[in-house]
Design a protein around this ligand. Sequence first.
Ligand code: AMP
Length: 288
Amino acid sequence: MQRNFSTELITCPVAMGRFSERMRGQGKTIALVPTMGCLHEGHLSLVRAAKQKADVVVVSIFVNPLQFGENEDLAAYPRPFARDLQLCQELGVDVVFHPDARALYPGEVPTRVEGGPTAKVYCGQTRPIHFGGVLTAVSILFHVTKPQFAFFGEKDFQQLFLVRQMCRDLHFSVEICGMPIVREAGGLAMSSRNVYLSPDRRAIATVLYRAIGAAQQMVRNGERSAAKVLNEVHSLVQSAPEMALDYAELVDVNTLARVDQLLGPSRLLLAAFFGDSPRIRLIDNGAV
Ligand code: AMP
């Protein structure tokens, strides 16, 4: 028999905190799934995993202004909130926490959590304020929702690394659970920003996935030179019309440092721009 589930919508951080304290007082565990909404199967996979892990699942939906640069898509970011709420309801989410920016940041927010040098490379090079904004918001969300577990996707591999680093460095007692990338049928990593892409463009954008596959194949065939693998990735992405690689790097999964030789567990991290107006930035990554 299907349970008749009712998801509670909370917008006030104080009310959210009280809810979490009450749950913890009853001995219940809480899992948080932080999102910016426009939910897709990638997000939903995190919610399903969270439900397996904890008694209470909180999904936060917050388009965080601190993580967008001046010329980025904060205003245009898709916000289909009613649909998101419906999806959360269908999945049996206990609480959707949906504060507005003034509720979470009543003032200027001079206090920030930065991620150190690793927040300034790869995606952080092109988006210098991005990870400081992410980590500041995530730390506030952790304080307000008081989870024992928090779920993040490997789609944002550098973000996952930095959140883990933050929890270790700042002694957050939250277990960070990383989940695999969910892809569309053609291999394109699911992303809220894919709504900006027509079906034709989505097909072209699968070049990132194909580049990851080509890199994996080279390594399986014995190639150990990062430069040679990256050369192949560059030429594949360059062959796709309208796509321009932002960066391609091979990194050590444990430190996120660049590697020259592929001798241990490594990850290919990619970001590319698509088109001009609007110019859409896509990211992807895979184990090699
Ligand atoms: P966002 O709403 O884009 O901030 O993403 C919220 C969370 O969902 C982050 O932890 C992302 O890494 C994760 N996520 C986004 N897309 C995917 C995907 N395709 N597969 C798995 N996780 C994802």
